[in-house]
Write a protein that binds this ligand. Structure first.
Ligand code: H76
Length: 482
């Protein structure tokens, strides 16, 4: 008997294995030189660390913070960091703003402390946005912080201050550069433009190597602007650059917004495989289900108003609350993603009061509930109306945003896996009853987590479920005759 089971196991492993390799062969329908260089998630420690962050902070800062979405009394309705592209904004005036960039209120340590209090595990910081202004003293251009009245290396101040708080730093870098004479956007390029663009590419490679050399503790690069046709045409060159950067800094984390494959496919290559380490398409957007995610790592980067990254003195429209943002974070982590919230400090280096308050409120929530976020991921349970599940080892977390009027939160567990044996509030460990709700037609187990009648909360809360093994469960649902 025992032997037969063993043989069956071996046979099924064999079938499984072959089916899997067939599947892989079918996928790789086109041989690509510059497509994905790996199929499936990275498994190394650096990537694992990134994956466990759960919550990140984005900072967009540059000379666009000086006009803050206004020029000579006129109001720019676009994203503040794009103001240079506005017809009302004289380019000459914009390109001279750096001579006034003197953020005397800037205090990197205070920013890092605020981030720490908020509970963020990593920062993505704009070293250079599309305007081309460098917040570090790059030796490859004069258009840098070194030639502003501020003079000091802002990237260094940021990296040092955040690292001192134990927060990882990733560098945002735009491959669009409106300041460099060789920069081109459209393709195909004329012979003359090709020479210029070649100089721009060398400049770009130099700057990236300079950043990794100057700030060796940096964990990753967050690229932007790679939708440019001229950049897409250079897929082979960009791929080579990526290899050099990775060789310089083993473990470097790079998202899918860096390079295209040789057919111009971005994020996912011609075969549908993710390019580089994580999916960078979830900008101001969240997946509806795991099926939207292709089994890859991903981040969601989110603005507080609809679409402002750099400082805009007047936020128009709906401004997200801390609970909106906490819910987006819960949503992200429940689907194995990181949630990254953007901040846009003003031209003097002040973080605006709205953002300071959000950081404080999110931090207060995180102090109680961080366990349900850091290192937690998808629980594999069907989402219910009350909120989101995350899981870490033997614990399932219920992040409750809409407690039911019945005060009984429905949970459904697959048959033959684990079931909850204990339910308690994450704040204070107070236990609550688990009501066995029987089985559904699919033979899954239903449990109602019974919140105390008197319990009220003015904020989202977390219930922990300790799991126990239930794989020996042989009972089944009495099928209805229909
Ligand atoms: C378009 C665009 C850029 N990508 C976002 C992350 C912001 O930096 C925005 O300006």
């Amino acid at each position: 008997m025992k032997k037969r089971y063993f043989l069956l196991l071996i046979a099924s492993l064999f079938i499984w294995g072959t089916a899997d390799s067939f599947a892989q062969q079918r996928r790789a329908s086109t041989a690509l030189e510059h497509g994905a260089h790996r199929i499936g998630k990275r498994v190394d420690a650096d990537m694992q660390q990134w994956r466990e962050h759960g919550l990140g902070q984005f900072i967009h800062w540059g000379v666009y913070a000086i006009p803050g979405g206004h020029w000579e009394g006129k109001f720019y309705t676009g994203a503040a960091e794009w103001i240079r592209s506005w017809k009302e904004m004289p380019k000459e005036a914009y390109d001279n703003l750096y001579k006034e960039f003197n953020p005397t209120s800037f205090d990197a340590k205070a920013w890092a402390k605020m981030a720490k209090e908020m509970g963020v595990k990593y920062l993505i910081f704009t070293t250079k946005h599309h305007d081309g202004f460098c917040l570090w003293p790059s030796k490859y251009t004069d258009y840098t912080i070194a030639n502003s009245p501020y003079k000091k290396d802002i990237v260094k101040e940021i990296v040092d201050a955040y690292n001192a708080e134990g927060i990882d730093v990733h560098l945002y870098f735009s491959i669009i550069d409106w300041n460099h004479p060789g920069y081109r956007s459209a393709a195909p390029l004329t012979k003359h433009d090709k020479d210029n663009y070649g100089q721009f590419l060398t400049f770009t490679a130099n700057q990236l190597k300079e950043l990794l050399t100057n700030y060796p503790t940096v964990k990753g690069l967050w690229f932007d602007g790679s939708w440019d046709k001229a950049w897409i045409e250079e897929a082979a060159w960009v791929d080579e650059l990526g290899k050099e950067l990775r060789a310089m800094k083993p473990g470097l984390v790079i998202g899918s917004r860096f390079r295209a494959d040789e057919n111009g496919k971005r994020h996912y290559d011609t075969n549908g495989d993710l390019i580089d380490d994580y999916d960078q398409t979830w900008e101001r957007d969240l997946p509806k289900s795991m099926a939207d995610l292709n089994g890859v790592d991903w981040d969601c980067v989110m603005t507080v108003p609809e679409n402002q990254w750099g400082y805009h003195s007047d936020w128009k429209g709906y401004v997200k609350t801390s609970y909106d943002l906490i819910e987006m974070m819960a949503h992200s982590v429940s689907m194995d993603g990181n949630f990254v919230l953007n901040f846009g400090p003003d031209g003097k280096g002040n973080i605006r009061p709205e953002e300071t308050l959000l950081a404080k409120e999110i931090g207060e929530w995180m102090k109680i509930n961080y366990e349900a976020i850091y290192g937690a991921g998808h629980a594999g349970l069907e989402k219910q109306g009350w909120g989101y599940y995350t899981q870490k080892g033997n614990k399932v977390y219920m992040l409750v945003f809409n407690p039911s009027i019945s005060k009984k939160l429905k949970t459904v567990f697959p048959r033959g896996g684990s079931i909850p044996e204990k339910a308690y509030f994450l704040d204070g460990q107070k236990e609550m009853p688990i009501i066995d709700g029987g089985r559904n037609k699919q033979n899954e187990r239903i449990f109602y987590i019974s919140i105390p009648e008197k319990y009220t909360s003015d904020q989202p809360f977390v219930i922990v479920l300790d799991l126990k093994d239930n794989s020996t469960d042989k009972d089944s649902y009495q099928q209805a005759k229909t």
